[in-house]
Design a protein around this ligand. Structure first.
Ligand SMILES: C[C@@](CO)(OP(=O)(O)O)[C@H](O)COP(=O)(O)OP(=O)(O)OC[C@H]1O[C@@H](n2ccc(N)nc2=O)[C@H](O)[C@@H]1O
Ligand SMILES: Nc1ncnc2c1ncn2[C@@H]1O[C@H](COP(=O)(O)OP(=O)(O)O)[C@@H](O)[C@H]1O
Length: 320
């Protein structure tokens, strides 16, 4: 096999609480993540030599994004093309771990907003790990993928689908999971009764490190159990009452756009309006697909041009 093409999904954090700040600077957290059907296209092709090349471009083009997000700092759209790209690091570290000197051309077609809290870079990295494993005849359930993934970023194991099961580590992205530790310890959550989510990205991204640097660990953390119970019962209305994000407070301090966006979403009668991850994208649950479509066009009319609706990943996953 010479080339593998996969689609990296985005994620939403329906719940995120902080439990402690660790000595290594990371935070112990409790988060409920759902993979959603907004995808980057990832193509990995073997090279004759041992170089790794990454070419990332926006779909639609960067010019269209700039037009949609006037005032956006252009650096947000500059996805690293070389060794700074997490996709490069994924290929490089996995080949080192398996003792190979294979080279790869990696092409990324990005549709997931960057610095949005939607996990685009981590999801690309997980896709590249799976692709390199297939091109180098490494079994997709090999624990090496999981250990390399966890070193690359806290969210990579979620996108690898490394929820532990008695049969081993499944090789397609998790649909929904409870993540603890720094985000790398996963337990699968069954999904039912989800309505479409409306997601919108303001004209400003937020750095994950900056948001964590401004956060506060609460003396009495909230638990995700009520949300998970509502998810198990398939009760969409109850679920939205338990959407929560401890990083929303520092993100709101760092960017005035968060409050503006959340207010615009609430005015559309969307439920559970919340920040995802460290932002800056926000999401809410619509009552129906029609409500979602209408909300997206109204958000766009109010200046939030990068607005779209998504649903949890279908089963079986089409991404292998
Ligand atoms: C907030 C979350 C929620 O899913 O997602 P994003 O907003 O990035 O998508 C994650 O915790 C982001 O994890 P990830 O994006 O992998 O972060 P990393 O690159 O590992 O870490 C970037 C920096 O954020 C801080 N960090 C990250 C994770 C964590 N559990 N505690 C932290 O304090 C650390 O300062 C770290 O140096
Ligand atoms: N493959 C990639 N796709 C997107 N951004 C990347 C990638 N590799 C590295 N980056 C860098 O990581 C930053 C945050 O990545 P991203 O996953 O999009 O956001 P978040 O961590 O908020 O979910 C980007 O702004 C970019 O500078």
């Amino acid at each position: 096999m010479q080339a593998v093409t996969t689609y990296s999904p985005a994620k939403l954090n329906l719940f995120l609480e902080l439990h402690a700040r660790r000595d290594d600077g990371y935070h112990e957290l409790e988060t409920v993540m759902v993979a959603v059907n907004r995808y980057d296209r990832v193509e990995v092709r073997r090279r004759e030599d041992s170089k790794i090349r990454v070419v990332a471009r926006w779909a639609p083009s960067m010019a269209v994004w700039q037009q949609r997000l006037p005032g956006l700092d252009a650096s947000v759209l500059q996805i690293p093309q070389g060794a700074g790209n997490l996709a490069y690091q994924a290929a490089d570290r996995l080949r080192e771990a398996i003792g190979s000197d294979c080279g790869f051309d990696i092409q990324l077609e990005k549709t997931i907003p960057a610095g949005a809290g939607m996990g685009g870079a981590s999801s690309n990295a997980a896709s590249v790990l799976r692709a390199v494993a297939r091109l180098c005849d490494v079994p997709l359930h090999d624990p090496l993928l999981w250990s390399v993934g966890a070193q690359l970023g806290s969210d990579v194991p979620f996108f690898l689908g490394a929820t532990r099961t008695p049969a081993g580590l499944p090789a397609s992205p998790s649909r929904a999971a409870l993540a603890t530790g720094r985000g790398e310890q996963l337990r699968a959550i069954e999904l039912s009764g989800m309505n479409p989510f409306v997601v919108a990205f303001p004209p400003q991204s937020l750095s994950t490190a900056a948001v964590y640097a401004a956060c506060q660990v609460p003396p009495e953390p909230q638990a995700s159990e009520p949300l998970r119970a509502a998810m198990a019962a398939g009760d969409a209305g109850l679920m939205t009452q338990h959407f929560f994000n401890r990083l929303a407070a520092p993100a709101r301090q760092l960017s005035p756009w968060i409050d503006r966006l959340l207010a615009a979403m609430r005015a559309l009668d969307l439920n559970g309006c919340q920040l995802t991850g460290s932002g800056s994208a926000c999401f809410a649950m619509a009552r129906s697909k029609r409500h979602a479509i209408r909300s997206v066009s109204r958000l766009a009319a109010r200046g939030f041009q990068v607005s779209f609706f998504v649903s949890p990943l279908p089963l079986p996953s089409p991404l292998q």
